[in-house]
Design a protein around this ligand. Sequence first.
Ligand SMILES: [Zn+2]
Length: 189
Amino acid sequence: MNFCSQCGSARIETRIPEGDSLPRFVCAECATIHYQNPKVVVGCLPEWDGQVLLCRRAIEPRLGLWTLPAGFLENGETVTAGAARETLEEAGARVEVGDLYTLISLPQIHQVYMMFRARLLDTGFAAGPESLEVALFDEADIPWETLAFRTITRTLRNYFLDRKHGALPLRISSLERRPPLPPDLRGAG
Ligand SMILES: [Zn+2]
């Protein structure tokens, strides 16, 4: 942070405010404490007749790879409304949002993913400006090697396993950055 968004001062200090336990950006001019907290990503796992709807990304990051429709929650928006909005924007798909299915913490990139099961209301979907194409997939045709994000891979893997067992309980987990490989293993994959 270079400037205080409250007063415009460049005098930003990093310190632990009184009564707090973590270092924060604090403006030395107006004393505003600039808290930084994780962003929430909301999305859907749209289902239709045993198939799931995926979008191929037309934007970076991970351009050209497949994902479930998801994006950042907006201020003033409920999580289910956000999930439905992202699905409409990215896939042109109208859904009835159902139960929360995966809740994934990504502490190193300061995000929390909330993926909801959703019932596709019709097959009149179409790629929005952020997608190259949108399609329904059977489990056997899921493009596992070209999925965009680990959160999406985990959500889909859990989903198809759970579906075989006939129950889809809420799955709470976290994804942490992989530790770097020791030098003698670099290049080994
Ligand atoms: Zn200030």
